[in-house]
Design a protein around this ligand. Structure first.
Ligand SMILES: *Cc1c(COP(=O)(O)O)cnc(C)c1O
Length: 389
């Protein structure tokens, strides 16, 4: 059997895959089993921060891999400690818990916010307000946190204590905070899976104000929009808000699985010994790679993100067949007159690989995608949006 047949026979049927088998890649070019090349505008859903097989990242990983690949969290290891130090120094957060995925990073954030509120305000202070259109993960609790009904119906009962506020509705947010005992407000500074929906400034200001007045924990889910993706180190830095907890994952590892939950002043001593844990969390190989990625997310890199972003916005906004372009940095949603699926299929045919977010074409290229490749990709996307209308 070939890979397609093996996969559809033996791999659980949870993914609608493109009929493409990836065999290799370098930088922003992905190669399939037929030898066809694609310009990567998806980076494995905002994971391959500096593209495929980036030399410096591979070197960092190889070096650690040859020293030792894993030790449990019963012992110390330097990559994990150094990564935590750098993340704290660059954000002003105080401590980090490492896990393996975005969902786990959010689970840890939720546990911490609930323990903080229970310790400080009483055990009935467990409610967490999340936003419509949000996405926080696939575990039973992070599904409950996800503010989209479609994710809730099949797996009830979900974890209790999540309340949904319409995104950007300040009045409703205040009402929900008045009527419930609220431990936390959880938000994606830029919603990804929900359709690359920006939050408006007033709404974020209202969250910050409510949180300060009522000692409500702010959780920023930076799993997708963090780690340089929006042109700032973290997405929240585009707003006037300081989270008490930041969860992140995807792009942090540059291609290997990692989750991280960062705690600020208020929350850094909430979790104590044996309150939380992970066998693989803080894995030295993964952390050595992440440390290399994080060290390189400097001002110059972020300027490059903004420059590429401006190019995409200018080229696509108002182009024939394109209704809107939303997002920040290199996390962009393109709303097309044609069905997004058809536009993506045409792009793939023509050697460009974007993905989708709800009814939009979503662009998540490597932060260092060469301008020439970006220009080619944008032309192909424009053409696809404008053909067969
Ligand atoms: C992808 C994503 C998650 C879930 O991450 P996994 O690594 O798939 O568990 C959570 N929150 C946001 C905002 C995401 O984009």
């Amino acid at each position: 059997m070939n890979t397609f047949e093996l996969d559809s026979t033996y791999v659980a049927d949870t993914y609608a895959r493109f009929p493409v088998e990836i065999v290799s890649g370098k930088g922003s070019v992905v190669v399939d089993s037929e030898g066809k090349e694609y310009i990567d505008m998806a980076t494995g859903i905002a994971v391959n921060t500096f593209g495929l097989c980036d030399d410096k990242w591979v070197d960092a990983i190889e070096k650690q891999l040859k020293a030792f690949q894993h030790t449990s969290n019963l012992y110390y290891s330097s990559p994990c400690a150094r990564l935590a130090q750098l993340m704290c120094e660059k954000t002003g957060m105080k401590k980090v818990f490492f896990s393996n995925s975005g969902a786990e990073a959010n689970e840890c954030a939720i546990k911490t916010a609930r323990k903080y509120a229970a310790d400080k305000h009483g055990e009935d202070h467990y409610n967490i307000i999340t936003l419509t259109g949000s996405f926080h993960g696939r575990t039973v609790t992070t599904l409950a946190a996800t503010g989209q009904d479609v994710f809730h119906t099949k797996f009830k009962p979900l974890t209790e204590g999540f309340i949904y506020c319409e995104t950007n509705n300040c009045e409703q947010l205040i009402k929900l905070a008045d009527e419930n005992k609220v431990a936390a407000i959880m938000l994606e500074p830029l919603q990804g899976e929900g359709g690359v929906n920006p939050l408006n400034k007033d709404f974020v200001d209202t969250i910050a104000k409510l949180a300060a007045e009522r000692d409500i924990i702010i959780i920023a889910d930076e799993v997708q929009c963090g780690n340089g993706r929006t042109g700032k180190l973290y997405g929240y830095m585009n707003f006037d808000i300081v989270p008490d907890i930041i969860s992140t994952a995807k792009g942090l590892g540059g291609g290997l699985p990692i989750g991280a939950t960062m705690f600020g002043e208020k929350t850094c001593s909430v979790l104590g010994k044996s309150d939380h844990g992970s066998t693989f969390g803080g894995n030295p190989v993964v952390c050595a790679g992440a440390l290399n990625i994080f060290e390189r997310l400097d001002d110059k890199c972020l300027e490059g993100v903004l420059e590429r972003s401006r190019y995409i916005f200018e080229a696509l906004t108002g182009a024939p067949g394109i209704k809107s372009v939303t997002g920040l940095g290199l996390m962009i949603g393109v709303e097309t007159e044609r069905d997004a699926g058809e536009v993506i299929a045409d792009c793939m045919k023509n050697g460009v690989m974007p993905i989708r977010a709800k009814h939009k074409v979503r662009l998540l290229p490597a932060l260092n995608i060469p301008m020439e490749q970006l220009e080619t990709a944008v032309e192909v996307i424009k053409e696809a949006a404008n053909s067969n209308r």
